[in-house]
Design a protein around this ligand. Structure first.
Ligand SMILES: *Cc1c(COP(=O)(O)O)cnc(C)c1O
Length: 494
């Protein structure tokens, strides 16, 4: 399987190169040259496999530079770092609603599903392409990617990692997790700005020949651990396939029956992996894209206009406070019939005007599987409270957005298909808002709020979040958003 750039189809790389590079030099994203198929027979066979084997099997269809044996080795190592018997349990709420818990990893967010695996893929890919320079991983984070990438890449041979996060745009718990990161090859820095500023600045560095030359002089080549990197996206396809297989195995569905997924979305990486699973042949009806008050994606699916010229809101689901959803570019590439010139022109509109317009009816490939919806802050609070009262199940502030959107669609009787809600974080990453939703009381201190939430619900604080307050804060730098370049160069000199 080869990979092409969304902005220049004649750029062709191997899977290992796509992972080492992260981003194509023309600014485009790498996508597989075709969709490998998964048959009903294979889905059936997967019912007997454990998660790590299922993931290796799905990965093997995309990553032809790796043997199944290698991939099984990586997935075993990655998913053994998760707590509990199953890295991503599917919890039945009623006979039509299921919650796919993706947050049993080392940092309690769904990013662990990919970021425990990416370092193994990166180290092996570096060997396969014969990379002699060090790989410098630059990350822009809205909160969860940063910590998960740091945990994944700390002390990994041949790699160094720098994470930028918006200083006031992440939860206290997320900030504390990052500031106390251990490891000898890590650096964390806050910027004065929002996630889009951080992501844009990082993308500028990727396309700055001058900086890249300076880095190379010091023996570094850049790569990314954001979902713009194919190695970040491909492990996410596996859990869409696996949850379908779980439903088959427990006789909740018959082979071929379509199911919906509802995904709390920001950078559009998670839900895009669901689209790839669908294109492989997993019977998926709708992919419901749930947004918070930053409803740029909801408006896009309703009107075809993607418009970032709007107010940016800081919400209690900070990992979804994003106006520029990078991975939408990959979807545009597919639904336009892989028209690279068209994608490049839309991305140019986005860069110069902050918006672009498409006509869904005129596209080569149908995008009607997608539906958008959003939940504002009040609705999200209500959803957390009601869902806890009715189902004795505690939602985090991101998953609650998806539950709210999915329930609204059901109530309007528009769709009664069995739906998997993709749950992206432990409620204990956002204890203040979750506790507030349940009790009406806002506790200022996040550690205290977590303890009170534990006492109130009897649901235990996950082990990776225990004892955070006693860890040493190592990283306190805060810089202006236009100083990211200097920060990267000076941190490497140290
Ligand atoms: C990253 C994240 C999201 C958004 O996922 P995308 O792939 O960026 O759409 C949603 N919820 C949580 C908790 C996250 O960490």
């Amino acid at each position: 399987m080869q990979y092409v750039s969304t902005r220049e189809k004649s750029t062709i790389v191997s899977s290992a190169e796509a992972i080492v590079k992260g981003l194509s030099e023309d600014g485009g994203l790498f996508v597989p040259s075709e969709f490998p198929a998964i048959s009903s027979k294979e889905l059936e066979q997967m019912t007997d496999m454990e998660y790590s084997e299922r993931a290796a099997f799905v990965l093997s269809k995309f990553l032809s530079d790796f043997t199944l044996e290698e991939l099984n080795d990586y997935t075993k190592k990655a998913y053994s770092r998760f707590y509990g018997d199953d890295p991503c349990p599917l919890v039945a709420i009623d006979d039509k609603t299921y919650i796919l818990e993706l947050w049993h990893g080392p940092t309690c967010a769904f990013k662990d599903m990919a970021l425990t695996l990416l370092p193994h893929l990166m180290v092996a890919s570096r060997k396969k392409v014969g990379e002699k320079n060090k790989t410098l991983i630059l990350v822009a984070t809205s909160g969860d990617t940063g910590k998960a990438a740091l945990e994944g890449f700390k002390d990994v041979e041949g790699c160094e990692i720098i994470v930028f996060y918006p200083s006031e745009g992440v939860s206290d718990m997320q900030k504390l997790q990052m500031q106390t990161q251990t490891g000898n090859n890590v650096y964390v820095c806050a910027i004065k700005g929002n996630f889009d500023d951080a992501q844009s600045a990082v993308k500028v560095i990727f396309n700055d020949e001058n900086v890249k030359a300076q880095l190379l002089e010091q023996g570094y080549k850049l790569s990314s651990a954001n979902s713009i990197n194919w190695g970040r996206l491909v492990p996410q396809i596996a859990y869409y396939v696996s949850s379908y297989v779980d439903l088959l195995a427990s006789n909740e569905i018959k082979m071929g029956e379509k199911i919906n997924f509802c995904v709390p979305s920001g950078n559009f990486g998670n839900i895009l992996a669901g689209y790839y699973a669908m294109r492989m042949g997993v019977p998926i009806g709708k992919l419901i894209c749930a947004s918070n008050k930053n409803r740029v994606l909801t408006d896009f699916f309703a009107s075809g206009k993607y418009d970032t010229n709007r107010e940016f809101y800081k919400t209690m689901s900070p990992s979804m406070d994003i106006l520029i959803s990078s991975n939408l570019e990959r979807l545009l590439f597919e639904i336009s019939g892989r028209d690279d010139k068209y994608v490049a022109s839309l991305m140019n509109d986005l860069k110069t005007k902050g918006c672009y317009q498409i006509d869904f009816d005129k596209l080569k490939t149908n995008a009607s599987n997608f539906e958008g919806g959003f939940s504002d802050e009040e609705m999200t609070m209500d959803t957390i409270e009601d869902f806890y009262d009715e189902n004795d199940y505690l939602l985090d502030t991101h998953t609650a957005v998806a539950v709210g959107v999915s329930q609204a669609i059901k109530e309007e009787n528009r769709d009664n298909t069995k739906t998997v809600i993709v749950s992206t974080a432990s409620p204990y990453k956002f204890p203040q808002d979750v506790y507030n939703a349940l009790t009406g009381e806002f506790v200022d201190d996040s550690i205290k709020a977590a303890d009170m939430l534990e006492e109130y619900t009897g649901m235990e604080i996950p082990e990776p979040l225990q004892g955070l307050q006693s860890r040493i804060v190592r990283f306190k730098d805060v810089i202006e958003k236009d100083k990211i370049k200097e920060a990267v160069l000076s941190c490497l000199k140290k």
